[in-house]
Design a protein around this ligand. Structure first.
Ligand code: ADP
Length: 321
């Protein structure tokens, strides 16, 4: 009569879905577990839990734990900001378009429950298709696949969401059928509170980009955003400075109503990479409102987005994402 393999009880652990193989030879148990997406501390904790569980099995004297981490076939990049109105959503949309133009297969998750604006920015107003509880992202005219909380609930509903509701919605968006998308940008709600924290924990991004304007106040907020990602062990890929300098549509001259270079200086101070800057430009705002991201056209704005997108991908390589 077959007896039940005692190490099979390991599969019932909360970490059971990470176990790739487990075997017992005499009084030694060997476990191979997948630690993808975990920080160093989380890896150690996983290893300790597995070891304890194995040693709890009667007759086991030694537990050998091997952790592996597969390079994720899909890279998630979170885009955050310490406060609203700094151009985070505008940047996310254009960076996604720039990456798509660079030949990447790109998806975008609009998790900004306070103001989901990606359907407008990317001119994609169709509801996503759902099959057996699985969502299928909407194709935008710019080669970027999109899912937005704004497509799931009516305007204003998501606003009242607290952490669990917001993370529930994000799970649905992340678990959607993203097909062969290799990069997914997540437009987070502005701010650094509990909702943002739980969303970052849920998305487990490989890296984060922070958007800031040059003003001091905004930079203090950017610093908080860096702390938020630090708390969750998500590498900060860098800061983008938006609305840096004003480009006069009439004379073409630039002035610096909010100061210039503040974000770059504080990036240096904080030891995070500076990814690039974009001027305050009325044409960028008008194009965004009209659902025509400048990154999809030719010109200096498109070049700036492409250069920032390149920089992000280069930083991502460095952190192994
Ligand atoms: P956030 O996501 O940070 O709240 P948005 O991307 O929604 O910010 O941008 C807020 C407003 O600022 C929008 O009207 C947008 O068109 C405008 N905006 C963003 N970046 C720029 C820029 N560089 N120049 C001019 N307007 C901008």
């Amino acid at each position: 009569m077959p007896t039940e393999d005692p190490v099979s009880s390991l599969d019932d652990l909360p970490d059971g879905d990470r176990i790739r193989s487990r075997k017992q030879a005499g009084d030694i148990v060997t476990i191979v577990a997948d630690a993808s997406g975990l920080s160093t501390d989380e890896r150690s904790a996983l290893e300790a839990r597995l070891k304890r569980a194995a040693l709890d099995i009667p007759g086991v004297r030694e537990a050998r734990i091997a952790l592996t981490a597969t390079k994720p076939d899909r890279t998630i990049i979170a885009v955050g900001s310490g406060k609203g109105g700094v151009g985070k959503s505008t940047l996310t949309a254009n960076l996604a378009v720039a990456m798509a133009r660079m030949g990447k297969r790109v998806g975008l998750i609009d998790a900004d429950i306070y103001g989901p604006s990606q359907p407008t920015l990317l001119n994609a107003h169709d509801k996503p298709r759902a099959e057996k509880e699985k969502l299928f992202p909407t194709e935008t005219p710019y080669g970027v696949r999109l899912l937005s909380v704004g497509q799931l609930v009516s305007a204003g509903t998501a606003l009242a969401w607290r952490g669990p509701m917001a993370t529930g919605a994000l799970t649905q968006l992340i678990d959607a059928d993203w097909g062969d998308a290799e990069i997914i940008l997540v437009d987070l709600p502005p701010g650094t509170g509990d909702v943002q924290l739980s969303l970052v924990q849920k998305a487990r991004p490989q890296g984060a980009v922070i958007v800031s304007t040059p003003q001091d106040l905004s930079l203090i907020d950017a610093t908080r955003a860096i702390d938020l990602f630090g708390k969750t062990s998500v590498p900060v890929l860098g800061i983008v400075e938006n609305m840096a300098g004003y480009q006069c549509p009439h004379c073409g001259g630039t002035s610096d109503p909010f100061g210039l270079g503040g974000a770059e200086a504080s990036a240096a101070k904080l030891g995070v990479p500076f990814l690039g800057r974009l001027p305050l430009s009325s044409s960028l705002r008008e194009a965004s409102d009209a659902g025509k991201p400048p990154a999809a056209e030719e010109g200096p704005a498109a070049d700036a987005f492409t250069s920032i997108a390149r920089e992000i991908l280069a930083q991502l390589e460095k952190v192994g994402g």
